[in-house]
Ligand binder design. Structure first.
Ligand code: TZP
Ligand code: MG
Length: 242
C-alpha cells in the first residue's frame, strides 16, 4: 500500500476569494512549505511533502543544497507528480535549470542568485517567481520588479539558516507591508506560536522549514499552522473592512 493511502483525505481548498494561490493575480497566501532533507531525519522527503500538502500547505518549495543535479531533477519530477493532484504549485529554490527541466510552477531566487530579470526571461511570464529581500535597499529595488512575492528573510533568527542578514522582526515586516506593492511571504523562525502575529504584521504567506520537516507528525504540524494562518488572514481582513 502506498503511504498516501494511509493518510486522511485532503482538506477542502480555501473558498473562492480566499484562494491560496491565485495564479492570475499571483497573490501568495497561506502556508508555504520549504523542504530540508536533513531536517526530515528518518522520514522520506516525499512523504513529508505529501503529508504537509494534505495538512494544508498551499505551496511547496524544493530546496536542495547538497545533491547532484541529476538527483535534484529526478526528485523534483517525483514531487511535482505527487502534489499536482492537489493543485499545489512546485517552486524550485535557486535552480532555474532544474525548474525548466521539470516544468515546475516557479522558482525562488535570493539576492545572490540569478538576477530577477534574467530569471523571468528564462522562466516566462506565467511562472511564479519569488525574490528574497534581506535589506531595505532590496525592498526598494523590488518595487520596480514584477515578481510574484517577496520572501521577507529572515523574520526571526533561525538555526536552520545562519548565514542571514539582520532579522526583520515584526516591526521590519510591518514597515515592508506599508511600503511594498507585493505579496509578502515571511520566513525564518516561524511556527505555530508566532504565525498569527506574523500574519497580523503583514505577511500573506508563512514559509516554514523545521516546523514541518522536524516535526514527528508533519501532517498535524501543517494542519495546525494552516488553521492559524487562515484564521489570522480572516481576522486581518475583518479589521481592514472596519
Ligand atoms: N531563508 C531564510 S530563513 C530560512 C531560509 C531558507 C530557513 C527557515 O527555516 P525555519 O526552520 O523555518 O526557521
Ligand atoms: Mg538562494
Amino acid at each position: 500500500m502506498h503511504f498516501s493511502q494511509l493518510l486522511p483525505p485532503p482538506l477542502n481548498p480555501l473558498p473562492p476569494g480566499e484562494g491560496k494561490f491565485h495564479f492570475c493575480e499571483c497573490v501568495m497566501k497561506g502556508l508555504y512549505f520549504v523542504t530540508d532533507r536533513d531536517l526530515c531525519g528518518e522520514k522520506l522527503l516525499a512523504e513529508v511533502v505529501l503529508r504537509a500538502v494534505r495538512g494544508g500547505a498551499a505551496c511547496v518549495q524544493l530546496r536542495e543544497k547538497d545533491v547532484s543535479t541529476n538527483f535534484f531533477v529526478e526528485e523534483a519530477s517525483r514531487i511535482k507528480a505527487l502534489i499536482a493532484p492537489y493543485g499545489v504549485p512546485l517552486i524550485i529554490n535557486d535552480r532555474i535549470d532544474v525548474a525548466l527541466a521539470v516544468q515546475a510552477d516557479g522558482v525562488h531566487v535570493g539576492q545572490e542568485d540569478m538576477p530577477y530579470g534574467i530569471a523571468r526571461r528564462l522562466m516566462g511570464p506565467k511562472a511564479i517567481i519569488g525574490l528574497s529581500v534581506e535589506t531595505w535597499e532590496d525592498v526598494e529595488q523590488a518595487q520596480g520588479l514584477d515578481c510574484d512575492y517577496l520572501g521577507v528573510s529572515p523574520v526571526f533568527a533561525t538555526p536552520t539558516k545562519t548565514n542571514t542578514k539582520e532579522p526583520w522582526g515584526l516591526e521590519g515586516l510591518a514597515k515592508i507591508r506599508a511600503f511594498s506593492r507585493h505579496s509578502l511571504v515571511g520566513i525564518g523562525g516561524l511556527n505555530a506560536g508566532n504565525a498569527e502575529a506574523v500574519v497580523m504584521a503583514g505577511a500573506d504567506g508563512i514559509a516554514v522549514v523545521s516546523a514541518i520537516c522536524a516535526s514527528p507528525d508533519p501532517y498535524a504540524a501543517a494542519r495546525e499552522l494552516d488553521g492559524i494562518i487562515r484564521a489570522a488572514l480572516a481576522k486581518r481582513e475583518r479589521l481592514r473592512e472596519k
